[in-house]
Design a binder for this molecule. Structure first.
Ligand code: IVH
Length: 676
């Protein structure tokens, strides 16, 4: 392709993608499949990579989150990036100190020695490894799984606090060979506030906190955006190299000498009590600092002792994080509403007078279940303390009983489902609507799941359309989808001749789903894609599942008792049997391909897939691997022989590393599969 041709194609693709975005997001009415959309996007990414100057400032590729993350290469860390145990109370910290003294044996002998700790702020940012080769920044990566991170070198190079070449004031050893430095990328609060203000005025969604904003900036595909976000970087650890450095304090000095920002509010403490006092002192200064901190890290000062204490599986024994208590605010309960989930579970939610809790506006808090409500005695009209701990859903900590107005009454979950009026039954701690798929709240969620990608994949049946179909009572159970007529659809908002035709075609072509996808689509509790595949392989069709007894199900490798029970109950329910029979009469015929004649390149392997893949959806990759002879399981254990990891791989990758299981990436997987 010549350059002018590329230019033309880039513009064409960008426009096409924007149009699809509008149809998808604004009109809830996509006209192409997700896979086709991904292909367009990928083509654009590739062209822009080949001709970077053709990337428009507003190219759709800049906006995409998940799909584009694949653009970051996975890189192994020089050493695993371990984490810290979090402690919440000074007593726990004293226990930590006791463990350290015991392990080091400093309490023995005549003179019990106080241990020297270095106490540093715990930055609430994004942990980054910087690798220097002969004093020059060679690579920067995110923490990722701890073993493998994402290569964000280009972006991190734009952070001015990151030295591209080590300065001369630090030890000369840092400028020879490989030096690995760990630190935190963060967004100073003034920059964070300015960024959010500009996002809001542009009509965009602001970031919930500075950490998310920093993470977003580091993982931008366009380094010039990272550059504009004014990130800072503080170094706090040498993971490898740098010569002989005896103490943590000296290490911070060495880092400073090489030109890194190191935190000044660091204290060398003789004994744990001094460290605890410093935690209180920093806690008092927390709101005056330029950036967010969420605790204080205590580290053994002597590095030979650090070495001697070593690590557990993921965290070190020589340091801990003493967290600050979560921020709590006071507000009022305006109302308590009850939500009905897909499985019929009733969840009480407190609607609050909006209140800012450490930078996030909180207006709802979960009350979990009746037991929780009783325990805390939360009532409408109460003044309560609410807490937001990290990214956890806000919750009510306690009721301030002395501020309770007169005339309030204890709150009780209704006996009738608020969505359908059906009978509510108590099961353990929870209240459940017993109306199953006849309950609109359950049906709506069931239906959106049923038609979604990875399930029946009916393109054009978005959430809003589903809602309309239910409201108009055109769909009363899943099988009704297959009885819809063009006339039914013409009564819906946003449907014209062409879109009706498309949707009818999409419904028709979904009638031959793969068996595993069909089972997944049914929304059986605990049946995700992996379990669905196990069931499909075992039973080969839907009908045998009606006959399966609990033992048959429990015997399947990879299926536990809870899952087996849920599958068993589902196929025993008269209502579900009716719906399945109606689906069958409507012409829905799931197909199961027995292992094919594909070359058995994965014969004998037991495989786990983790993370996202670029070239095909994960279920597809798993199916191909199975056809090539592999057995797929959901979790990593000693039986697993091979792990395929894509971007975003999590704990499974770490587990594989610990068990010494071979890990390959998508490219290697495709190669072995025989794809180019
Ligand atoms: S030391 C193994 N020091 O806290 C010890 N970590 O799990 C290496 N963090 O993700 C970590 N401030 O990114 C250390 N002054 C500090 C820190 C710090 C923040 C982060 C670190 C890690 C998390 C703890």
């Amino acid at each position: 392709m010549t350059r002018p041709e590329a230019k033309k194609r880039v513009e064409q693709l960008a426009q096409e993608i924007r149009d699809h975005d509008v149809r998808y997001y604004a009109h809830d009415h996509p006209t192409i499949s997700d896979a086709a959309y991904d292909r367009l996007l990928r083509e654009l990414i590739e062209l822009e990579e080949r001709y970077p100057d053709l990337r428009a400032a507003d190219s759709p590729t800049l906006r995409v989150g998940g799909a584009l993350r694949a653009a970051f290469q996975k890189v192994p860390h020089v050493r695993p990036m371990l984490s810290l145990d979090s402690l919440m109370s000074s007593d726990e910290v004293r226990e930590f100190d006791a463990r350290v003294r015991k392990a080091l044996g400093t309490d023995e002998g005549l003179f019990a020695e106080a241990i020297t700790y270095v106490a540093e702020p715990k930055f609430d940012g994004l942990s980054i490894e910087l690798v220097y080769e002969d004093g020059v920044l060679a690579r920067a990566s995110t923490r990722g799984s701890g073993e493998l991170g994402e290569d964000v070198s280009e972006n991190v190079r734009t952070i001015r606090a990151v030295p591209l070449r080590l300065a001369d004031d630090g030890p000369a050893a840092g400028r020879r060979g490989v030096l690995s430095v760990r630190g935190e990328a963060l967004m100073p609060l003034p920059a964070f506030e300015a960024l959010n203000a500009s996002l809001i005025s542009a009509g965009e969604e602001p970031f919930a906190n500075a950490r998310n904003a920093a993470a977003g900036a580091v993982r931008q595909l366009d380094p010039s955006i990272t550059a504009s976000r004014k990130l800072d970087f503080y170094a706090y650890d040498i993971m490898s190299g740098g010569g002989v450095i005896a103490t943590q304090k000296e290490m911070l000095e060495a880092l400073g000498g090489w030109g890194f920002h190191v935190e000044k509010n660091v204290k060398r403490c003789a004994g744990i009590e001094q460290a605890i006092a410093f935690h209180a002192e920093l806690g008092g200064m927390r709101d005056a600092l330029r950036y967010e901190i969420d605790g204080v890290v205590f580290k053994l000062d002597r590095r030979d002792w650090q070495e001697a204490l070593g690590m557990r599986s993921r965290s070190v024994r020589w340091a801990v994080a003493f967290k600050f208590p979560p921020r709590v605010e006071v507000t009022k309960v305006l109302d308590i509403v009850v939500q009905v989930g897909r499985t019929g579970k009733l969840t009480p939610v407190a609607l609050l007078q909006p209140v800012d809790v450490s930078g996030v506006t909180v207006s709802r808090a979960t009350l979990h279940n009746q037991d929780e409500i009783d325990r805390k005695d939360v009532r409408i009209g109460d003044t309560v303390r609410v807490r937001r701990a990290g990214d956890v859903i806000p919750e009510v900590v306690e009721v301030m009983k002395d501020r309770r107005p007169r005339g309030t009454a204890p709150f009780e979950l209704p006996r009738k489902c608020p969505a359908c009026g059906g009978q509510v039954e108590r099961a353990g701690a929870y209240h459940l609507c017993t109306n199953g798929l006849s309950c609109p709240a359950q049906l709506e969620r069931h239906t959106t799941h049923f038609v979604s990608r990875g399930a029946m994949d009916i393109v054009g049946l978005g959430d809003r359309t589903v809602r309309q179909l239910l409201d108009k009572k055109l769909v009363r159970d899943l099988a009704d989808i297959y009885r819809l007529t063009a006339i039914d659809l013409s009564g819906l908002e946003g449907f014209a001749e062409k879109s009706i035709e498309n949707l009818m075609a999409a419904i028709e072509s979904s009638k031959r789903p793969r068996l595993d996808r069909f089972l997944f689509a049914l929304g059986i509790e605990h049946v995700g894609e992996t379990v669905a595949r196990l069931l499909a392989n075992q039973f080969g069709a839907v009908d045998p599942l009606f006959e399966a007894d609990l033992e048959d199900l429990q015997r399947i490798k990879g299926i536990g008792p809870e899952v087996a029970q849920s599958v068993f109950d589902f196929f025993r329910s008269a209502r579900n049997r009716r719906v399945l029979a109606r689906l069958k009469t409507a012409g829905v015929k799931p197909l199961h391909e027995r292992r094919s004649k594909a070359p058995q390149t994965f014969a004998g392997e037991t495989m786990v897939f983790t993370g996202t893949l670029d070239n095909m959806p994960r279920p597809e990759a798993q199916r191909r691997a199975e056809q090539a002879g592999a057995t797929i399981t959901a979790s990593v254990s000693k039986k697993v022989t091979l792990v395929v990891a894509g971007p975003g791989a999590g704990s499974k990758l770490g587990e594989a590393g610990r068990l010494g299981i071979r890990v390959i990436d998508e490219a290697a997987f495709l190669k072995r599969l025989g794809d180019s």
